[in-house]
Design a protein. Structure first.
Length: 200
């Protein structure tokens, strides 16, 4: 059985959502970031992590890609080398571009010490708006990131959308909003939330 390591209500939801989509049994191991316990799984102390027997995978996008590869019959990963390049591009975009302004705003509003905080509001708003335009163009008329098939990329992108809406970032794209509505309405995500709430 897989172990999903981290704090409910955080990026852990990406892992539990992915596991629910795959229909795999798992246990949530509730652990806070930067604790000695979390450093057993990730030397940086950052969550989430996934334990699969002797294998420990860190970073939510890497975990989702690993799980997709582990269960190819579910078709949530790449099926050709060209698809692998396309899927990786989506995962890297989601974490390095779309998530960046969300994470920066959160750090400067809540996580950093008072001495370290600066007003990043205007920058994060402008940067997020720019990345939403990019997401709109990249999606085109496709239902999901990889076309008509829901994949690991949609889990990471979808969570970014959930985060953005919760943090009151304006999403000025009907196409992107419809996409977020579509992926965030999936039953597997509802099940993952319920599992996390049960151990929170």
């Amino acid at each position: 059985m897989y172990q999903a390591i981290g704090s409910p209500g955080s990026r852990l939801i990406r892992v539990t959502w992915m596991l629910e989509e795959l229909g795999q049994p798992y246990q949530i191991v509730k652990t806070k970031q930067h604790t000695d316990e979390m450093r057993r799984y990730n030397p940086s102390g950052k969550a989430p992590a996934l334990v699969d027997g002797e294998v420990v995978v860190t970073d939510s996008a890497a975990i989702c890609a690993y799980l997709a590869d582990k269960h190819p019959e579910k078709r949530m990963g790449a099926e050709t080398l060209a698809e692998r390049a396309h899927l990786n591009a989506w995962l890297f975009f989601a974490q390095s571009e779309l998530e960046a302004p969300l994470w920066n705003k959160l750090k400067h509003r809540m996580l950093l010490s008072e001495e370290e905080r600066v007003d990043v509001g205007p920058w994060t708003t402008a940067e997020f708006t720019r990345e939403i335009r990019s997401l709109d163009a990249r999606l085109g008329d496709h239902q999901f990131a990889m076309g008509d098939r829901f994949t690991a990329a949609d889990v990471i992108l979808g969570h970014c959308g959930q985060w953005a809406r919760g943090a009151r970032f304006e999403i000025n794209s009907d196409r992107v909003n419809a996409y977020f509505d579509r992926v965030l309405g999936r039953p597997a995500l509802a099940r993952a939330r319920a599992r996390e709430e049960a151990v929170a």
